[in-house]
Design a protein around this ligand. Structure first.
Ligand code: F0G
Length: 476
């Protein structure tokens, strides 16, 4: 056994003990939740909660102290000015800031206003996140995913499988240039296996957009992790500081939406940020004021925008910590080692492993077994992992991204079929994640015995994975 010579770059400041629950108790609670892991009481999770890396960060003692300095004034609280300074420091450039309480209300504001610009609009992306897609489509805009061909190529060793397919983007622009209000890149590409996007692709997409007078936006939730990958794996970038790479990324964009619940290292927060002298403002000069009106009517005064003063303080400090190289090194190595343990156990995971999660390829997991696509093996697997072993993961595949056609009675399956193990920041240790890998390996060995599920409620609903109820096809 080789022992690591490197200790963590932090130590525990405060801990919470778990409660004890038996397999039977978990099984009963999960049945009550209709096998939908979102409805399973988190207090009963005896293993690791890898449902999401969003808002699940363990904050630093600096952040907790900053919260105490939170100023709850209605207008222009102390933290607001710190945050504005920090946004400038982190992202560079002059961005107009519109704070929202998380990522999706920021998307809602942006796409509601963009939806009013015309008909039959299309927003292409390297991979829209589910709520982003829902917010775009709620405004009668088509959300189009132009995944990189490398993503599905098992033999590819590309480190940037999150890139946008530029060829497909050019084809789309040939046909429908006037229907595209902006081009969007998600860094890292959560829907596309959590894979990073190269600086080369970011620059290329930005140039293509600008050549055609189309604004370029980022969905920047995991910007720091993406920058880490650029430094480590992209040719010619290794000597740059991560801070510099972040600024270079954002110098390409006319604006960005962000959920600070990821790389903001906070439990709540989000926003839309628009470059003052960027193409978005030039092309749609009415937008900043319209966004502010939207913010005031839906969230609150622009100087707090749906967040309490203490949340804003914690965020200002979180944005500083996230760019510490020793933090990012440890964070992403931890996720990669977790993926390595799964791979060693023979599990078919998406490789290379991305920055925030390990994605298990469900089609390969059940290859050779009797599991059919409409049995939703990913849902069954997450249910069994939770009841049998006490670990919570998230199906992001045929059920979450698929849909049911009421007229034909057929399921429409998406391109990707994953179960995601998202690793919360600064929360777990190696022993915790090893125990998850061990449990999934055991389930893999017994995959022939895993039953499919019937959807007993919600198969025809939008965003169905958050609401649906299931039952196993036969009793174990
Ligand atoms: N964009 C991306 C790429 C995301 O991953 C998320 C959230 C959002 C936007 C929306 O942000 O949750 O603050 O409203 N992702 C979480 C996840 C929920 O589990 O991946 P939000």
């Amino acid at each position: 056994m080789s022992l690591s010579k490197k200790s963590r770059p932090y130590f525990n400041h405060s801990v919470e003990f778990k409660k004890n629950f038996t397999k039977e108790e978990r099984g009963e609670a999960l049945s009550k939740a209709g096998l939908n892991v979102f409805f399973f009481p988190s207090e009963m999770i005896t293993g690791c909660d890898l449902l999401s890396d969003s808002g699940t960060t363990t904050m630093t003692n600096e952040q907790w102290a900053a919260m105490h300095l939170g100023d709850e004034s209605y207008g222009s609280n102390r933290g607001y000015f710190l945050l504005l300074e920090q946004i400038k420091e982190t992202f560079g450039g002059e961005f107009l800031s519109f704070i929202f309480h998380q990522g999706r209300p920021a998307e809602d504001a942006l796409f509601t206003l963009i939806g009013r610009l015309g008909k039959e609009l299309v927003i292409p992306s390297n991979g829209h996140f589910d709520t982003t897609e829902a917010n775009i489509e709620a405004n009668n805009i088509r959300a189009l995913n132009l995944f990189s061909p490398e993503l599905k190529n098992e033999n590819s060793h590309s480190c940037f499988k999150g890139d946008m397919d530029v060829k497909k983007l050019n084809d789309l622009l040939e046909k429908s240039k006037d229907k595209i209000p902006l081009i969007y890149l998600t860094i890292t590409n959560n829907t596309g296996g959590g894979q990073p996007v190269s600086l080369k692709n970011i620059k290329e997409v930005s140039d293509i957009a600008h050549e055609r007078n189309i604004p370029f936006f980022l969905d920047a939730c995991r910007f720091a992790e993406n920058a880490w990958f650029i430094k480590k794996y992209e040719e010619g970038q290794e000597d740059k500081e991560i801070k510099e790479i972040v600024k270079e990324i954002f110098s390409c964009a006319d604006g960005f939406t962000i959920s600070f619940k990821k790389d903001g290292l906070v439990n709540m927060g989000g926003g839309v940020f628009i470059k003052q002298d960027g193409l978005f403002v030039k092309k749609y000069p009415q937008m900043p004021d319209a966004l502010m009106n939207y913010q005031i009517t839906k969230e609150g005064h622009p100087t707090y925008g749906g967040l309490s003063g203490r949340d804003i303080m914690a965020l200002s400090f979180g944005l500083r910590t996230v760019l510490k190289e020793e933090y990012l090194d440890y964070r992403i190595n931890q996720v990669q080692e977790f993926g390595g343990a799964m791979k060693e156990g023979g599990l078919p995971i998406v490789t290379p492993v991305g920055g925030h999660a390990v994605y298990l390829d469900i089609n390969k997991f059940f290859e050779g077994s009797k599991m059919k696509p409409g049995d939703f093996g990913g849902v069954a697997l997450t249910a069994l992992l939770l009841s049998e072993y006490g670990h919570r993961a998230c199906e992001l595949g045929y059920f979450a991204f698929g849909s049911y056609n009421k007229e034909t009675g057929e399921e429409i399956f998406p391109e990707v079929n994953y179960v995601r193990f998202a690793v919360p920041r600064l929360r777990y240790e190696k022993q915790d994640l090893d125990s998850v890998a061990g449990a999934v390996v055991e389930l893999y060995k017994n995959r022939d015995k895993i039953p499919g599920v019937n959807v007993v409620y919600g198969k025809d609903l939008p965003l169905r994975h958050f609401k649906a109820k299931f039952e196993f096809k036969f009793l174990l």
